[in-house]
Design a protein around this ligand. Structure first.
Ligand code: ADP
Ligand code: MG
Length: 406
């Protein structure tokens, strides 16, 4: 069922109200604790600006890094609050506590249209433990909870899932922010009714981090194109020798299981680019996947595979892509990924819905210069993968349902 968003709230539900917002401010920090990349902050601006312009008193929660349940000054959200103020062109207050007397005081000092950032939620073990009492305390005094942290929606933590339930128990609203709504629309609703053929392109280094996604996708899609180092493990599962390439021996059985579900769906590379070392300037050879020799390392998919994959992408109604086809960081092994990125952009130009997620995949799309031609670039790594695979995200499930229009 569709979830309520901030657009479903009456003006009266926001004006002058204390609105608790969970954002994803898990940004990379650079020298002297400065925000090195503020993309995630910018993505939350539509939600924050809307709340501010409607007179909310905005209290922001986020995690940053992995402090492990104890305060770590290097992972303070203070520099984030500062940068947010610059982006919003207003004073953004910061409180060095997440909860307790100091936080309550800072909350009560908030004026209409004011914004306050509380300290890193993961400075407290209760956050990842999803402690109900702690969630209640976060929700106390607020009338609305807005979850805009798509990137952490696949985790049931106190500031994502717990607080939403606490807010609803207290008869308050728990709704999706605009970024969250956007991601759910593309990765959730749109994929539930994906135009066919539905093609998934999955690559990257490891199967292990993406097992559930592969298992979910193989049931949902018409074609599962597999590249990257991940393909090596599938090739081994098919009885081929991949030389000295990266293989996850402990995942061969999983690869076999995935292929048994969708025999005709899973498409592996037919040729690959190999070298004795995956380094800049390496001497490369194109070989068929049954001709890989001892000492060879697979660095990219080969030209016949690129053509095969591009043909599938070209005839698709929907494409989801996560994970590069090769070691695209090294020029000699970037060709497969970049050529397919162009093929995906061409498909999108022609009306195919193309969705790309994953940090390295987005970097690859940027390197190929195609990002603005794609239908949707997802901000969430694990969350976008789980949603693509058809999973229900706990941070989303906990939000209020939208009343169906009669
Ligand atoms: P994403 O961030 O898009 O989810 P991943 O993090 O899963 O993608 O995988 C990206 C990494 O996979 C890149 O660093 C890339 O170099 C690596 N990779 C891709 N193909 C290979 C390969 N054949 N051998 C070794 N590493 C590979
Ligand atoms: Mg990555």
């Amino acid at each position: 069922m569709a979830k309520k968003t901030i657009e479903d709230l009456d003006a009266g539900a926001i004006d002058g109200r204390l609105v608790l917002v969970r954002a994803d401010f898990n940004v990379p920090l650079g020298a002297r604790g400065r925000v090195a990349d503020d993309t995630r902050l910018k993505r939350t601006l539509p939600t924050l600006k809307r709340l501010v312009s409607h007179g909310a008193r905005v209290v922001l929660l986020s995690h940053l890094g992995r402090p492990g349940g104890a305060p770590d000054p290097r992972l303070s959200l203070k520099p984030v609050a500062k940068r947010l103020g610059v982006l919003m062109k207003m004073d953004v207050a910061f409180c060095p506590k997440t909860l307790g007397a100091a936080a309550n005081k800072a909350r009560s000092k908030l004026k209409k249209g004011g914004v306050l950032v509380l300290e890193n939620t993961r400075f407290h073990a209760e956050e990842t433990a999803n402690d109900p009492a702690w969630s209640e305390a976060l929700a106390e005094g607020a009338q609305v909870f807005v979850n805009d942290a798509f990137g952490t929606a696949h985790r049931a933590h106190a500031s994502t899932e717990g607080v939403a339930r606490a807010m609803r128990r207290a008869e308050g609203e728990a709704v999706a922010g605009l970024l969250m709504e956007h991601e759910l629309r593309f990765l959730g609703e749109a994929l539930d009714e994906a135009a066919r053929p539905f093609v998934a392109v999955i690559g990257g280094a490891k199967i292990s981090g993406k097992i559930d996604v592969l298992k979910g996708l193989v049931r949902r899609v018409d074609r599962l194109l597999i590249g990257g180092a991940m393909a090596n493990t599938f090739l081994v599962a098919r009885g081929l020798d991949v030389g000295d390439s990266l293989v996850e021996e402990d995942q061969v059985a999983v690869a076999r299981e995935i292929m048994s579900v969708g025999q005709e769906k899973v498409i592996l590379p037919v040729d690959v680019l190999v070298a004795s070392e995956i380094v800049p300037g390496a001497t490369t050879r194109v070989v068929a996947t049954y001709e890989i020799q001892a000492g060879d390392r697979v660095g990219d998919i080969g030209p016949d595979s690129v053509e095969l994959f591009a043909r599938e992408i070209g005839s698709a109604g929907t494409v989801v892509w996560n994970g590069p086809m090769g070691v695209f960081e090294v020029d000699a092994f970037a060709g497969g990924t970049l050529t397919l990125a162009e093929a995906a952009a061409k498909a999108a130009d022609d009306g195919c819905m193309v969705i790309v997620g994953g940090g390295d995949s987005i970097a690859a799309a940027e390197a190929a210069g195609v990002t603005n031609r794609l239908t949707h670039i997802s901000t969430g790594g694990g969350a976008s993968l789980e949603l693509m695979a058809g999973a229900v995200l706990p941070g989303v499930a906990a939000l209020s349902d939208r009343e169906e229009e009669a």
